[in-house]
Design a binder for this molecule. Structure first.
Ligand code: E4P
Length: 225
């Protein structure tokens, strides 16, 4: 199932910590959630149980990753994960089997997030397989001295050249600057850990300005309430 193209940039939070999701959701900052097996391990929680809780507090798609390597098993795992809630997006790896599973699951009307994307050609294949989302991993490319943002720009150009409906979900975001650059490059969605989303609000001049305003306000001796 392809969603309509985003008219605004969406924020997904990359975590399986329910308290973090609740706090961000209260600010209206959570358009969706992404999880992966490493985040589930870190949470120490039962996979299906934590997914159920995340889906209850998340208005948008919640990515849940299969762990099988072979298409038929991925499809079976994907169907089971999708039973948790209607907003589950089944995450499959960008392998040949993952693409086969993507095609079958999307034809069943399910949302599919094709993950571990590291090249424009891989993204093109995900779009051809009908993926709802493709997840290029920016940080992991930067880690090996390549340019993750260049990949986002290339995928944006290719998808727009042909009007592919697959949404670009910029993933493996490590810094606030990754978010700015993803927005400039036209990514439909950025998924980031809570601490990166919180860091978007921080600026030393805001802190300094606030301190000066409060000092002057105290000198007036007035109160608002
Ligand atoms: C996205 O879906 C992944 O869960 C995540 O962004 C990976 O980030 P990392 O490379 O920082 O582990």
């Amino acid at each position: 199932m392809l969603e309509a193209k985003a008219k605004h940039m969406k924020f997904f939070v990359d975590t399986a910590e329910i308290a973090e999701i609740r706090e961000l959701a209260a600010l209206g900052l959570v358009d969706g959630v992404t999880t992966n097996p490493s985040l589930i391990r870190k949470s120490g929680r039962d996979f299906l149980e934590v997914l159920r809780e995340i889906c209850e507090v998340t208005p948008g798609p919640v990515s849940a990753e299969v762990v099988a390597l072979e298409a038929e098993q991925m499809i079976a795992e994907g169907r089971k994960l999708a039973e948790v809630a209607p907003n589950i997006a089944i995450k499959v790896p960008l392998t040949w089997d993952g693409l086969r599973a993507c095609r079958v699951l999307t034809e069943e009307g399910r949302m599919v997030n094709v993950t571990l994307c590291f090249s424009a050609n891989q993204a093109l294949l995900a779009a051809k397989a009908g993926a709802t989302f493709v997840s290029p991993f920016i940080g992991r490319l930067d880690d090996i001295n390549l340019d993750g943002m260049e990949l986002i720009r290339d995928i944006r150009t290719i998808f727009d050249n042909y009007d592919f409906g697959t949404e670009i979900l910029a993933a493996s975001i490590r810094t606030p600057n990754h978010i700015t650059q993803s927005a400039l490059a036209g990514a439909d969605i950025a998924t980031a850990p809570t601490k990166v989303l919180q860091a978007l609000a921080a600026h030393p001049l805001t802190d300094r300005g606030l301190e000066a305003f409060l000092k002057d306000w105290q000198a007036t001796g007035q109160r608002i309430v």
